[in-house]
Each structure stands twice: as structure tokens, then as C-alpha cells.
Design a protein around this ligand. Structure first.
Ligand code: HGY
Ligand code: MN
Ligand code: MN
Length: 448
């Protein structure tokens, strides 16, 4: 997979096929801002920042609001068996494969307003654009809000897009439970899905002509370069693993320091070791994080007896992810021997690195050139629903800048003008995909 070696490309000489006029662009920016800000109101009041966890009360309110936005934009709305919300605009050819675009509206805990939301609102905005400019498409266009993209309280992520790609392990729906004992199956039913019929959410290859996702970059590259659009050529993979450290629970005031088996101190060493693995020169572009630490019994006067942690290791090359995990496990064995604690490591979740489709990526680039928008070719370090959709169709992504690269935090910000511009590129690309489907052997003759 290619690295982050994009270049700035200025407006080409191609004719302007699909620009808004400046009046329309200002109007669309205001429309987008109002919807993003409305969704930001559906946040857990007990949490700092913006918290709309999948399947929560706030998520349900957000889902209702997006369904309304879709209906207002003239889309026919339904919910599939995975709880994905799908808004459809029919094409002129009823049986033509679908052009799908979307993202997610669930957030991490104490996250921001734009991750996922920007892509969903831009997708509806793109449909508004296609309709208002009276560019009927041959192919149906579907806007999808994917269920539970972020890691949820059941320990799964990208639930909706895995289901649509047909790769969601059905058994997990029953076996994965949250702390209250609710199963993922029951949670999906609460948002209008039907876990029993989860296979019905799967799309066959050929059902979908292409998938496009606009997303905030979540890193600093575009903001630093002052370029408004990123054209993504690949998405890094990640592996999550659970580390369980079992020592000995003892009294903090009586247990001599030299006989303790303190699980938290061993876990602290493991955290440092993973950071060092992530920095190894022979594992370039590796990102290694422990973002979850559960300490038991978590009491001031008790030597910790058990710690559970979650690792997140990423790279655009699967080989490096695996080498990093092996190196980490070797170090865990040393810590275990030295400290007399048991340490287990189990990989819980994997998302493979993927390349974006070169035809779709080329059309995004052409759209940027036609609209006079500078862009940068780049890889995505963050995971997306597009990774899974790439398994069943031609997938492409459009990035818009994140101020100071901040994301997964309340400070996350993207200018609404940049989202509106991205929505315009999205609309232009949908139009090009529709018009030029025959280049990839799909039906849908185009109208030009
Ligand atoms: O974790 C991720 O990369 C994404 O934000 N879901
Ligand atoms: Mn995220
Ligand atoms: Mn996201």
C-alpha cells in the first residue's frame, strides 16, 4: 500500500462540471452547520465534551434527527437488520447498482462533534446538491448511517459496515454483552434492527457500484499544509488485544514491598513497553496505544490484584502490526517472570489495512480539479466504515481538515466551509461515478 507521499495539485484546466454558485455554497454551508450543531446537542449531559455512545438514549435521538434530515432531503428512509439507517434516492434505472455514501453518528466517550457526523451530513448535503441542480442519476444513491462505528461497550466496532459487508460474526451478537448483561443482539433490536435476520443486511458484490465516505482527517496534515481536501488512497489496519494481568490482591498496609505481586505496577511496565515497540525504527509508521485500563479492586488500601487493558496497534502494513504484537508479547513474558504475575494477551478485534479503489480515487481527484480545489493524496491512520465497504465494492474517501489535527476530544473542529466544499466534491464524484460506470463494466449508461 502506498505511503503518505501525496502532492498538492492545483486546479486543473478541466471544465467546471459541477460547481455550486457562490450563493448556493454559502446556503449549503449554513444548512450543514445547523445540522451538525443540532446533532451535537444529543450528548450525554453527565460527560465532558460530546458523548453519544452507540445504542444510548442520545444515539437514538441522533438517529431520529438524521432520519428527519434525510426525509427533508427527499430520501426514502428505512432501517436494515443491522440497525443501519438507509436513505434512498431512486435512479432512473431501477435495477442499477447503488452508489452508497455515508459514515456514522456514534462518538467515543468525551469526543467531538465532527467525527462521522461530518460525513453523514455531507452525504445528505450531496444528495440535496444533486437534486437541486437537477442532475438525475441513473443509479440509485443511498446515504447510510452505519450502526456503532466506534468501539462500543460490547467490545465491538464498525458493527453496521461489517454487517453490510457480510463479515460480522453472527455468534458475537449473542456472546458479546455489556456490563448490565445486555447482548449486542438486544442492543441492535433497540435501534430497529433484527439480529436474527442480520444476514439480510449483507450486500452481495455487484449490488453496490461504489462507496464514498467523507470524513474529517483526525490528524494535522491538511491543516498544516493549508489544503482543504485529502484524497485517501488507503486506510491503516488495526489490531486490538486484551491484556489481563493477574497478581495477588493484598492489604496495602501490611504486605511487605518485596513479596507483593502488584498487578497494576506490572501493567504500568507493559504500557511503557508497548510505547517503545511503537517507536521502533524497524517498525516504521506503527501507532501503539493502551487507552483502556481497568484496575481491580481499585481501592486506596488494597494492592491491585488484577488489571485488564486494551491495546490498539496500527499500521498500513499488516506484517508490521503482527511483528509489533509479537514483540510486545515477548516483553510481557519477561515482565511476568520478573514480577511473578500471570499475563495473558488475546487479540480481540482486527481490521485489515485496505487500499482505496483507484478508479474511484481518480474520479475524486478529477472532481477536485474540475471544481478548482487543491487536494492532497494521503493514507488514513484512523479506521473507517469504508475499510469494510471496500470488501464488497469500489471504495473511496474524501478528507476535510481537522483544526490542529485534534480528534476524539471535545476540541475537535472542522470549518463548515470545508465540509461544504467536501460535500460539493462528494456530489461531483457521485455524478462522475454515475456517468462513467460503464468504464468499470457496470450498467447505467449516463446521460452525457
Ligand atoms: O478508531 C478509529 O480509528 C475510528 O475513529 N473509529
Ligand atoms: Mn472515531
Ligand atoms: Mn469516524
Amino acid at each position: 500500500m502506498s505511503g503518505n507521499h501525496g502532492e498538492r495539485i492545483q486546479a486543473g484546466s478541466a471544465q467546471l462540471r459541477f460547481p455550486y454558485d457562490s450563493h448556493k455554497r454559502v446556503e449549503e454551508r449554513a444548512w450543514i452547520e445547523a445540522r451538525v450543531m443540532e446533532l451535537a446537542e444529543y450528548t450525554d449531559p453527565e460527560s465532558r465534551g460530546y458523548t453519544r455512545l452507540a445504542f444510548s438514549k442520545e444515539d437514538t435521538l441522533g438517529r431520529k434527527a438524521v432520519s428527519r434530515f434525510m426525509k427533508d432531503a427527499g430520501l426514502a428512509v428505512r432501517v436494515d437488520a443491522a440497525g443501519n439507517i438507509i436513505g434512498r434516492m431512486n435512479g432512473r434505472q431501477a435495477d442499477a447498482p447503488i452508489i452508497t455514501t455515508g459514515s456514522h453518528i456514534d462518538t467515543v466517550r468525551e469526543g467531538g462533534r465532527f467525527d462521522g457526523v461530518a460525513g453523514v451530513i455531507a452525504a445528505i448535503g450531496a444528495v440535496r446538491c444533486l437534486r437541486s441542480r437537477d442532475f438525475p442519476t441513473q443509479h440509485p444513491v443511498e446515504v447510510v448511517v452505519f450502526t456503532s462505528e466506534e468501539p462500543n461497550e460490547f467490545g465491538a466496532s464498525t458493527v453496521g459496515s461489517r454487517a453490510m459487508a457480510g463479515t460480522l460474526d453472527k455468534r458475537l451478537l449473542v456472546t458479546l454483552k455489556n456490563k448490565e448483561g445486555l447482548s449486542l443482539d438486544e442492543a441492535i433490536q433497540r435501534v430497529g434492527g433484527s439480529a436474527k435476520g442480520i444476514n439480510e443486511a449483507a450486500r452481495a458484490r455487484g449490488d453496490t457500484l461504489a462507496y464514498l465516505e467523507l470524513h474529517i482527517e483526525q490528524g494535522p496534515t491538511l491543516d498544516n499544509m493549508g489544503i482543504p481536501v485529502g484524497v485517501v488512497n488507503g486506510i491503516a489496519g488495526f489490531a486490538r488485544g486484551q491484556v489481563t494481568v493477574v497478581g495477588s490482591t493484598d492489604h496495602a498496609g501490611t504486605t511487605p514491598m518485596d513479596v507483593r505481586k502488584d498487578a497494576l505496577v506490572a501493567a504500568a511496565e507493559a504500557i511503557q513497553v508497548l510505547e517503545r515497540v511503537g517507536r521502533r525504527k524497524d517498525l516504521p509508521n506503527t501507532f501503539a496505544t493502551i487507552g483502556v485500563v481497568e484496575n481491580y479492586p481499585n481501592a486506596a488500601n488494597v494492592v491491585p490484584g488484577r488489571v485488564v487493558m486494551v491495546t490498539d496497534v496500527r499500521n498500513t502494513e499488516m506484517e508490521f502490526i503482527e511483528r509489533a504484537e509479537h514483540a510486545f508479547q515477548e516483553e510481557l513474558r519477561k515482565i511476568s517472570t520478573r514480577r511473578g504475575v500471570d499475563i495473558s494477551f488475546d487479540r480481540s478485534n482486527i481490521s485489515f489495512p485496505v487500499n482505496m479503489d483507484t478508479w474511484v480515487t481518480g474520479l475524486i481527484e478529477e472532481s477536485c480539479q474540475a471544481c478548482g480545489v487543491p487536494y492532497h493524496l494521503m493514507t488514513s491512520g484512523a479506521g473507517h466504515d469504508a475499510s469494510h465497504m471496500a470488501g464488497i465494492t469500489r471504495a473511496g474517501m474524501i478528507f476535510v481538515p481537522s483544526r490542529m489535527g485534534k480528534s476524539h476530544c471535545p476540541e475537535e473542529w472542522t470549518d463548515f466551509g470545508d465540509i461544504a466544499l467536501g460535500a460539493e466534491i462528494l456530489a461531483a464524484t457521485i455524478f462522475k461515478i454515475d456517468e462513467r460506470a460503464k468504464e468499470v463494466g457496470e450498467h447505467g449508461q449516463g446521460n452525457c
